[in-house]
Ligand binder design. Structure first.
Ligand code: SF4
Ligand code: SF4
Length: 472
């Protein structure tokens, strides 16, 4: 690599020498990749905004209710009892992203991350629309607070606030569920003051991030960005500057018409700084892989435009691995990639199996702590239990009753015979199980209980039955 200085490694491009924020004014990107990214962003924004409002079998398509530990992923409801499934899904997500990072660098950051999508494809584009391109923004930033600056900044900040408020509402719909959010809105926000306050706090956070904090999220706050150093290797495909071609023997050099650069030993980089000007994190890609790079591809488009103008081949900055640039090595399915793929496949198999075996109604019958047994008339032993039935479906389960399947005996509910477990809710209570002691073979017998809806068996569960030793 032919950069003159290694200074970029011990400093951040967005913080100046006095330790203050150096504001980045990136040039408006344009080109092939930017167009593709726009289409991807339209799809993802529609998906993100629609996610909490789409229903599958009555279940919200995506919901992350961390407060009540209830999650819906692609319409699959996960209850607190399914927390292990939720954890496995999250692990699969992390491995999936890690696998992609090893193979394709931070492709997720540039193309799919909500932070990048909102920042570059929503807020930044509004900024270009109101304040103009890089040069106009720098000028506006420097000029005194005259009528033009007040008008432009007020308009921009007002729109930013409205969008932040919209995002906060959608965020809340993911957290508490869209039905509840709509109900709160129609009830009148003042009746749900704590939710209104949360909404305003979220709005303030989003406004702060998109109006001020911006690329600092990727550079300083995002843990995924920090992981890049351990995930990438020289075979990972990333947005890379072809330093072999760009620098050649005698380094980069400004463009001069009719000059034979090859004969002079200069590379194809004409040192125009357009790749730096367009970068939303304010770095120079020619310094090599850097943690700040979110692989947004803006510099690829910009350099391609320049190469076209000076009649040199495109792709001086492109998607490439260090191995491809230095040794012309093509993409290989490395042992590390194979390992990640194997772990991913196994975990997906385990999750699919667990989802397949999961019941719609989860039953738990446990002996009441501290209680032994009661000896009743006719050599009958009675044990007392608490039961908990969780209905994970969107339909109520009616006419619920219990039957003893493993032994002859009776189950008596303390109250509510033939009750209902409402949709996405639970029912709990107390019941007695009575068994003729002659049929009990051990002092802690395993017994099987069937849970019925009318005459239809919907679930079975095992529990323990205590009986006196001396009676056998
Ligand atoms: S845009 Fe291309 S030619 Fe211009 S400085 Fe960057 S790498 Fe060099
Ligand atoms: S270096 Fe290029 S790909 Fe990386 S963030 Fe800057 S413009 Fe985007």
């Amino acid at each position: 690599m032919a950069q003159d200085s290694e200074h970029f490694r011990d400093s951040i491009g967005t913080i100046n020498e006095e330790g203050k924020r150096a504001w980045v004014f990136p040039k408006k990107p344009s080109g092939r990749y930017y167009d593709y990214r726009k289409y991807v962003s339209y799809f993802l924004l529609a998906f993100l905004f629609a996610g909490p409002f789409i229903k599958i079998n009555g279940n919200q398509f995506l919901m992350f209710n961390v407060l009540e530990r209830r999650f819906n992923i692609f319409g699959f409801p996960f209850w607190p009892q399914d927390f292990h499934l939720f954890v496995i899904s999250m692990i699969i997500g992390v491995i999936f992203i890690a696998l992609f990072t090893v193979a394709f660098g931070r492709i997720f950051c540039g193309w799919m991350c909500p932070q990048t999508i909102f920042m570059e494809m929503v807020f930044r584009r509004i900024e270009y629309w109101i304040e103009g391109d890089r040069g106009a923004q720098i000028k506006l930033g420097r000029q005194t607070w005259n009528a033009e600056k007040i008008r432009k900044r007020t308009l921009k900040w007002s729109i930013f606030f409205v969008i932040s408020f919209l995002i906060a509402n959608v965020f809340l719909a993911y957290l508490i569920g869209s039905d509840r959010l709509i109900r709160y809105i129609t009830d009148g926000p003042l009746l749900h003051l704590s939710t209104l306050i949360s909404l305003l706090v979220f709005t303030a956070v989003f406004y702060f991030i998109f109006a001020w904090f911006r690329e600092q999220v990727c550079i300083i706050a995002c843990p995924y960005g920090r992981m890049q150093g351990v995930l990438l290797d020289n075979k990972s495909i990333i947005v890379a500057y072809d330093h072999k071609r760009g620098e050649a023997e005698n380094g980069r050099k400004k463009w001069r018409k009719n000059e034979d650069r090859k004969a002079l030993g200069h590379g194809d980089c004409i040192d125009c700084f357009q790749c730096v000007n367009v970068c939303p994190t304010g770095i120079d890609i020619r310094n090599g892989t850097q943690l700040e790079c979110v692989n947004c591809t803006a510099c690829i488009d910009e350099c391609d435009t320049i190469m076209e103008k000076v009649n040199l081949p495109k792709g001086l900055i492109r998607y490439a691995s260090e191995a491809e640039i230095v040794k012309k090595e093509k993409f290989k399915f490395t042992p590390r990639l194979k390992g990640y793929t194997a772990v991913l496949t196994i975990l997906i198999g385990v999750l699919a199996g667990m989802l397949f075996l999961r019941n719609d109604l989860e039953a738990n019958i446990l002996r009441l702590p501290g209680q032994l047994y009661e000896h009743k008339e006719g050599n009958i032993i009675s044990n007392v239990y608490t039961y908990k039935l969780v209905n994970k479906t969107t339909k109520g389960v009616e006419n619920v009753n219990f039957k003893l399947l493993s032994h002859k005996g009776k189950i008596k509910l303390v109250r509510n015979e033939n009750f209902e477990v409402p949709a996405q809710d639970l029912a709990e209570g107390t019941l007695f199980i009575e068994i003729d002691n002659a049929a009990v073979k051990s002092d802690k017998e395993k017994i099987k209980v069937g849970i019925y809806s009318g005459n239809t068996l919907i679930e079975t569960t095992m529990t323990a039955f205590m009986a006196p030793r001396s009676y056998r």
